[in-house]
Ligand binder design. Structure first.
Ligand code: BGC
Length: 810
């Protein structure tokens, strides 16, 4: 390991416990010292550092739970069980991979996504639970990733019969038992949740997972995370919320996503949003509320009343009055985390928000509005453990921003709950008044295009501009993969912009969000750098038909070519997955991880990190939820902003917030149409993006694969020019997601996205780009493509690309 690897690993180890959530505790943990420990569960040895697909990160090594416990001095008494599980898993996996190969052979080109996204369901088995000692851990793992969604089935979202049986038995058998959840998202724990006395959600915290868990078990560190999404029994999620249709998915639940649903219909989840215990206890006191103009500030003193050090999160929710517009029971308005508090120590936190941030989109008037009435403030340590602390009374309706009819419309009206939980205001609650005149209307300034870049674009030919607006990938240039590995300058990077114009530097892009994703090793010979494997295709290469390989710009010879240059390494650090970072409820943790990322970007020559990923956890089934933060847009927006600040404070480094927008499922992801109301679009799905943009000015945005109300997001001018730039004042570029429109199937209801559609909409660059994209843009200038593109549209996109290249590529 090189010095930077070791240092970054130590930082991640120290930050990880902040992302871990203690869900149940009977006081048996932490342990005083290491000793004998019985270790069970599918992730005890096969520990998961993060999910699969483009969100995976190539570390030299990461520490499994087994290794971490041994590093800390524990003696594991269940080596036989762990070996037995390995044998069962290996056999099941062999059969699983053979099944994928058979499907790929049968389906041809359409199966590319299957190969990279499919996840094996947990096998069932019976292994003796005979580890010595009176302490046991059961480490339950679930992995998922790009290209496939999760299923509400045993071994996936649900526990297998084997898992339920073993967990319940271990709880009875050992004096101190902990269920450790090494999962990227919700698992329905209902069959065991009441019986098990200690549950720790370690999530997938990256490279040092085993060491960090050992630190927490021994009390050298303590968990201080809180759930960033509700954990409920599968059958309790909103029944009208459709999911996973390959063609049209209707977001009929409207704004009632996550806790907004559970709280409004007053249904108890297993663990509510914002929930998390500590090794210690905290008390809130001296709660004071003040308003100034349209700003509301609540201060609270948090005291550690227990016997261990810890950190607590104060959470402020607001019940917005239901007027003409229906509202959820409550919405998170602000949060703050204490520093480490020693037993007996206190800290006063200030939680602030501006009333404008609570505005809702009124489809009738196309405005963001605040309706008059009582805004009830609830303060507490999780969404279901709060006390009303004040009422803010708005005397008149107030206009916050004139917006547009944009994003299209669905073919249904949003569902509304029949019965709603009502807000109870205790007598004596202070009431503070705000006048409508204190609410300031937002008048955005549309971003100007850099004049010098515009002048250069104006002097270039149509075909040169088309080159600038498509990535530099051409399949035959030396890269031997395409999804997530199309870069040629830095091997294993995701892609790059053209470098053929001497005055416009090429920009190199690499994936995230759990660290920098590039090839761990690459070769260099007299022809230059080359990669040592076939990237995403390696495992299934022999069964991919030749036509499919050709369609992606390769030949089999190219993929199999063996070169014999010198081998170089570029190992990166896996930071906690997005969901884990959000569970810290601490933007400083995100920024500290982003600092590591920025250093590795600099070391390996990456300009743009394709992260943070910030789609909303709409339902626990989305296969990429682990990359995303939360069901709540405020948490998502604030975490993404912290990551962006961390990366972009380094000159020449930038992020790409993705996937803009409503990319909440992986099923048929390039051709699936999200149908959503403008209210839910604005108030839930776009809100986090807007917060991130306003707080941190990310340099790039990645549009999503899916369609939004019947049109690809990359082709919606009303989304990219009207909402993003005109209404929000966004100044950066928009890039497409990878190979958008290049992998189409005959049975797709909707056509793939095209380059002409992108350029006319203000999606500045198609990534990783193909000559076909350039041809489509040039045809569109002559009115001979699916979309009409003017020279002006093309110059505008190219000028934005030039300005970005000058800013980052110096
Ligand atoms: C993913 C993106 C990723 C891109 C490049 C796509 O398949 O959806 O999140 O950044 O590939 O690897």
């Amino acid at each position: 390991m090189e010095v930077y690897e070791r240092e970054h690993m130590n930082t991640v180890r120290a930050l990880s416990p902040e992302c871990m959530v203690l869900l149940k505790s009977d006081g048996s943990f932490p342990l005083g010292e290491p000793g004998k420990i019985a270790l069970y569960g599918n992730a005890a040895r096969k520990t998961i550092k993060g999910g699969t697909g483009s969100g995976d990160v190539n570390t030299r090594h990461y520490v499994s739970v087994e290794e971490g416990l041994e590093n800390a001095g524990f003696s594991i008494t269940t080596k036989g069980w762990l070996d037995g599980y390995d044998a069962i898993w290996n056999a099941a996996n062999k059969e699983f991979r053979a099944g994928i190969k058979r499907t790929i052979a049968a389906q041809g080109i359409s199966a590319i996504m299957l190969g990279i996204g499919a996840i094996m369901t947990e096998p069932t088995y019976a292994l003796p639970l005979d580890g010595e000692g009176d302490i046991a851990l059961y480490v339950l793992g679930r992995i998922s990733g790009e290209g496939a969604d999760r299923a509400p089935e045993k071994g996936n979202l649900l526990l297998t019969d084997t898992e339920v049986r073993d967990i319940l038995q271990l709880q009875k058998q050992y004096a101190r038992f902990m269920l450790v959840l090494n999962v990227g998202g919700v698992v329905d724990l209902s069959p065991v949740v009441d019986e098990v006395s200690n549950i720790l959600l370690i999530s997938q915290p990256g490279i040092a997972v085993g060491d960090a868990l050992a630190d927490v078990l021994l009390g050298k560190a303590y968990p201080s995370g809180k759930l960033a999404s509700t954990w409920a029994a599968w059958q309790d999620y909103c029944p009208v919320a459709e999911f996973g249709d390959p063609n049209d998915t209707r977001y009929k639940e409207g704004i009632y996503v996550g806790y907004r649903y559970f709280d409004t219909v007053d249904k108890a989840p297993l663990f509510p949003f914002g929930y998390g215990l500590s090794y210690t206890q905290f008390a809130f006191s001296d709660v004071k509320t003040a308003v100034q103009d349209s700003k509301v500030q609540v201060t609270v003193t948090v005291t550690n009343t227990g016997a261990w050090a810890g950190k607590e999160v104060a959470q402020l929710y607001v019940s917005v009055p239901c007027g003409v517009l229906p509202q959820p029971y409550q919405t998170l308005a602000a949060f703050a985390k204490t520093k480490e508090l020693a037993p007996g120590e206190s800290e006063t936190l200030a939680l602030c928000f501006a009333m404008e941030e609570l505005a809702s989109f009124d489809e009738e008037s196309c405005c963001a509005v605040l309706e008059k009435g009582d805004y009830v403030l609830h303060l507490g340590a999780d969404s279901r453990n709060t006390a009303v602390c004040a009422v803010v009374r708005l005397e008149e309706n107030a206009l916050v921003q004139h917006l547009h009819d944009a994003g299209g419309k669905p073919d249904f009206a949003d569902w509304q709950p029949e019965h709603r939980k009502t807000v109870q205001i205790p007598e004596g609650t202070p009431c503070l008044e705000i006048k409508a005149s204190a609410i300031s209307e937002i008048i955005p300034t549309a971003p100007a295009i850099d004049e010098k870049a515009a002048a250069l674009a104006a002097s270039m030919t149509d075909s040169d501009l088309a080159l600038l607006c498509t990535g530099a990938y051409n399949g035959a240039a030396g890269s031997n993969s395409v999804i997530g590995n199309a870069g040629v300058t830095v091997i294993g990077s995701a892609g790059e912009t053209t470098g053929i114009f001497p005055e416009i530097p090429a920009l190199i892009m690499a994936d995230g969000p759990a660290g920098v994703r590039i090839a761990p090793k690459y070769g260099v010979d007299e022809k230059g750098p080359y990669s040592l494997d076939s990237g995403a295709f390696s495992e299934v290469l022999d069964l991919i038909p030749d036509e499919m390989i050709a369609a992606l710009g390769f030949s089999r010879e190219m993929l199999n070519e063996k070169r014999s240059g010198t081998v170089h390494e570029q190992y990166c650090t896996a930071i906690p997955i997005g969901t884990a970072l959000a569970q810290s409820w601490n933007p400083a943790v995100c920024e500290a991880c982003a600092d590591l990322v920025a250093l590795e970007m600099e070391r390996f020559g990456i300009h743009i990190w394709l992260a943070p990923a910030m789609n909303i956890h709409r339902l626990p089934l989305c296969g990429r939820n682990f990359e995303y933060y939360s069901e709540d847009p405020l948490i998502s927006g604030k975490m993404a902003a912290a990551i962006t600040k961390g990366v972009q404070k380094q000159p020449g480094r930038a992020v790409s917030i993705k996937h803009f927008c409503c990319n909440n499922q992986e099923t048929n992801r390039m051709h699936s149409n999200t149908l959503v109301s403008q209210r839910a679009l604005r108030d839930i799905y776009l809100r986090g993006f807007r917060i991130a943009i306003e707080d941190s000015a990310p340099a790039t945005v990645m549009s999503s694969y899916n369609l939004l109300n019947g049109e690809h997001t990359s082709q919606r001018r009303d989304l990219l020019e009207t909402i993003l730039r005109e209404e929000w004042g966004y100044r950066g570029i928009v890039m497409s997601d990878w190979v958008s429109g290049n992998i189409n199937k005959p049975d797709d209801k909707y056509p793939g996205a095209v380059a002409s559609g992108a350029v006319q909409a203000g999606n500045d660059i198609m990534m990783p780009g193909t000559p076909g994209h350039q041809a489509d843009i040039l045809a569109a200038l002559k009115g001979e493509a699916a979309y009409k593109v003017t020279r002006n549209d093309l110059e505008r996109c190219a000028a934005r690309m030039i300005a970005l290249a000058w800013r980052l590529g110096k």
